[in-house]
Design a protein. Structure first.
Length: 131
């Protein structure tokens, strides 16, 4: 029985939080391309961000995630991670302003310290409990 037969079932291993978290990164291209982005959602397994540029699926991204420690976002810690682009979607809009994001990029963490993965999971769990 494939998952496609049950489209309403949660397909992710980790709960996601819709939140704006700052990400620095560089894409492993030749030459390396740096970028800055704000996440649209994050989980202990990966994150999604919007960007102006079309990043190829399967690209590897070295990133540093500036994750809040607490809900009031008065303290942050930075998490280094290596992620793989698993999907890219165009943002559905007729006209874009200069510098406006045109793509949503979904990533999966390939390398992240387990204590950092737990920090992300704990932050999300705290948000779920606060609702």
């Amino acid at each position: 029985m494939g998952r496609d037969r049950y489209p309403d079932l949660e397909r992710r291993r980790f709960p996601r939080l819709k939140d704006n978290i700052f990400v620095f990164g560089n894409i492993r291209l030749n030459p390396i391309e740096e970028f800055k982005a704000i996440t649209k959602d994050i989980s202990a397994g990966g994150l999604m961000f919007e960007t102006e540029r079309n990043i190829s699926k399967e690209s590897k991204i070295n990133m540093e995630i500036c994750q809040p420690v607490n809900r009031d976002k008065t303290m942050i810690f930075c998490i280094p991670a290596l992620a793989k682009v698993v999907w890219v979607r165009e943002i559905d809009k007729d006209n874009f302003e200069s510098g406006e994001n045109k793509y949503r990029v979904g990533t999966e963490f390939l390398e992240i310290k387990e204590e950092d993965r737990k920090r992300i999971a704990d932050y999300i769990e705290e948000d779920i409990q606060d609702r």
